[in-house]
Design a protein around this ligand. Structure first.
Ligand SMILES: *[C@@H]1O[C@H](CO)[C@@H](O)[C@H](O)[C@H]1NC(C)=O
Length: 220
């Protein structure tokens, strides 16, 4: 009986090289470098995905780890995956209460926006809007995967929300007419089950969009 107990104790010691668990601080900063070891505040790591890898390395794994996130924006270029194999406690926190943002979108400087100059595009717009509409070339801003725009909301269960643009934290609305509410159908020339309807276009806007190949309507 006594021998068996000793065996168990020996096994536990052999298999847990970091007993007792130490407390480790890993520093990460948007201005750091993933070739640093991240163990000192002066030599922080750079990316959160690399932090997750480092959690699995000898000397870190199994300890109580405080990931000290230093101020700034951590822009994620892909989904940030956490492993369920991490043993021990890992706490991600803002280092000394600094302002930290973990951002899945892409931040773009307002200087990338330009006034619209393409005459085909301009002629779709009401005269009063033409010098107010701005455009941004997403490809030149490094965004090439535009996703797919689908209907969503109101009991339409799409799996991925379409790309959105936020300005100063506020989401922009997709341009549409009318901006609010709906217009009423005026008539259905081919009958109730036909595929045509008419409506009152008070400003004659739709004639400007006659060349549009993918018009969208939404109604009920
Ligand atoms: C369309 O405009 C006409 C004339 O102003 C009006 O009598 C009618 O009610 C309008 N129809 C709809 C569906 O808004």
């Amino acid at each position: 009986m006594l021998v068996l107990t000793l065996h168990v104790v020996t096994l536990v010691l052999l298999w847990s090289p970091s007993v007792p668990a130490a407390t480790v601080h890993l520093y990460v900063s948007p201005t750091g470098s993933d070739s640093n070891d991240g163990r000192q505040v002066s030599h922080p790591l750079k990316t959160l995905s690399h932090v997750v890898d480092v959690l699995q390395t000898d000397g870190i794994r199994g300890n109580t780890v405080f990931v000290e996130m230093m101020k700034g924006y951590y822009d994620l270029s892909s989904t940030w995956h956490f492993s369920h194999h991490v043993t021990g406690t890992v706490v991600f926190r803002a280092y000394q209460g600094q302002e930290v943002h973990v951002v899945g979108g892409k931040r773009m400087p307002s200087s990338l926006f330009r006034h619209v100059t393409n005459s085909h595009v301009l002629q779709r717009l009401p005269q009063v809007s033409r010098d107010k509409v701005l455009e941004l070339d997403l490809a030149s801003a490094g965004i090439t995967d535009l996703g797919t725009l689908t209907s969503y909301g109101f009991h339409i269960y799409t799996y991925t929300a379409p790309m959105e643009i936020f300005i100063n934290g506020k989401p922009l609305q997709l341009a549409e007419w009318p901006n609010n509410d709906f217009i009423n159908i005026r008539s259905t020339p081919d009958g109730q089950h036909g595929l045509k309807f008419t409506y009152n276009d008070t400003g004659n806007r739709d004639t400007h969009w006659a060349q549009e190949t993918e018009p969208w309507t939404y109604g009920f």
